[in-house]
Design a protein. Structure first.
Length: 211
């Protein structure tokens, strides 16, 4: 039986409407997914950037802290000593006291750690052109003279953040700092900042660190 032409037209229109509805549904689902997941992706990306920035300042503060401690130790006369041990009299009339170098003694290190983070105000922030990560370098020499500050950010927020981070590291890792500087001599930055404390997530053998 032949179809009525009008019925054929209506069927064709119905199919076209169905296809149109399907396309609209797909487009709507796509928009819904974009609205739901795009913010999540953006938040994740921002979180990654902030985490890396936080990692950079913690690593930079640890490295600067090591530099400053090594400098303070180097300024002490190596012949200077301090007594260590118990001053109580033993049954045989002796005392269990030994002489140790003052520079790396616990007493000296604790004294230095009390003020060491003030030195962070003499640092600035720059971007490593190779890794594109933040690094912290001296902008004042040890004798107070200004150094080349090209490409270095030295505003108050940078130094305050670095100083605050340094103070947190000293507070949290005081025992580790004293232990390392009492005994270690070589490659302290990598051993302390990367391996022991995990403050750096990359090797710290960097030639431009200022001493």
């Amino acid at each position: 039986m032949d179809k009525d032409p009008e019925d054929g037209c209506r069927e064709l229109q119905s199919r076209n409407l169905h296809r149109g509805d399907l396309r609209e549904s797909v487009a709507m689902i796509s928009r819904i997914f974009s609205c739901l997941f795009l913010p999540i992706v953006l938040v994740s990306l921002v979180g990654c950037v902030c985490a890396r920035r936080g990692q950079d300042v913690h690593c930079g503060a640890c490295r600067a802290l090591v530099d400053e401690l090594e400098w303070e130790i180097s300024q002490v006369d190596p012949k200077k000593t301090i007594q260590k041990g118990s001053f109580r009299i033993n049954p045989d009339g002796t005392q269990s006291v030994i002489e140790v170098p003052y520079a790396r003694s616990e007493a000296h290190l604790m004294e230095v750690l009390e003020q060491i983070c003030e030195k962070m105000t003499e640092y600035g922030e720059k971007i490593d052109p190779t890794t594109e990560r933040k690094m912290y370098v001296r902008v004042l020499s040890r004798d107070g003279k200004k150094m080349d500050a090209s490409g270095i950010n030295i505003d108050g927020e940078v130094t305050s953040n670095l100083k605050f981070t340094c103070e947190r590291i000293v507070e949290e890792y005081e025992d580790e700092l004293i232990e390392f500087f009492s005994h270690e001599r070589e490659n302290v930055k990598d051993k302390l900042c990367s391996k022991r404390t995990d403050l750096c997530d990359h090797a710290v053998h960097i030639a431009h660190d200022e001493l």
